[in-house]
Design a protein around this ligand. Sequence first.
Ligand code: NI
Length: 254
Amino acid sequence: MFVDTHSHIYSEEFSSDRNEVIANALRSGVNKIILPNIDSSSIKPLLDLASSRPTLFIPLIGLHPTSIKEDFRKELEIMEYWFNKRKFAGIGEIGIDLYWDKTFINEQIEAFRIQIGWAKKAGIPIVIHVRESFPEVLEVIRQEKEESLQGVFHSFTGNVEQAAEVIDLGFKIGVGGIVTFKNSGLDEVVKKISLKHIVIETDAPWLAPVPYRGKRNETAYISFVADKIASLHGISLEEVGKITTQNAKQLFGF
Ligand code: NI
């Protein structure tokens, strides 16, 4: 019924109860979980988890912008090795993050471009991390855009105009726990976005929706995100599940 299009449940935060977290996800109606990579240290746990249940998990490969430092070329080489070695449903998560650190902005942009190139080569989508960097990300996408390039603006927090720009580029809008936060303003934005452009996600272990805000997030909580979207659009939970699942299927090709 639901696809969690962005979950890091391979991470250490779940080392003591990962099986329970997976059981909870299945019980809450999730039948696909997309696993975006972070950097070279997360590849092994990610692929181990993905191969433990190949029908449930969909692995992605990519270097996260907050992991881009002086050694980013070496990190990219490792990503490229895996990209050539096995099949991935997408490149992610990649992008630009100017919230934590602006030191490596040029390196972030360069790595973003290189990885977009891989996605274009393989004909697979990109999962984009944007934090205080919407204009910068948009500029890169506009320059790199070709017909085949698709993707999702993961954990979208922009305004209505920015959502329209994302949709214009043919990209999807990733909606997660923030839509349930009081005063986030995202609810008013999501209300105005047609469901055909939306995919849902948790970003577990981060950004848990209300009523778990501030706690560790897990994939099962996707139902609170879907429920919020259902009430914003005045439709049923089932309908939200159906449409967002179709969108995710079309994007990631499963
Ligand atoms: Ni993430």
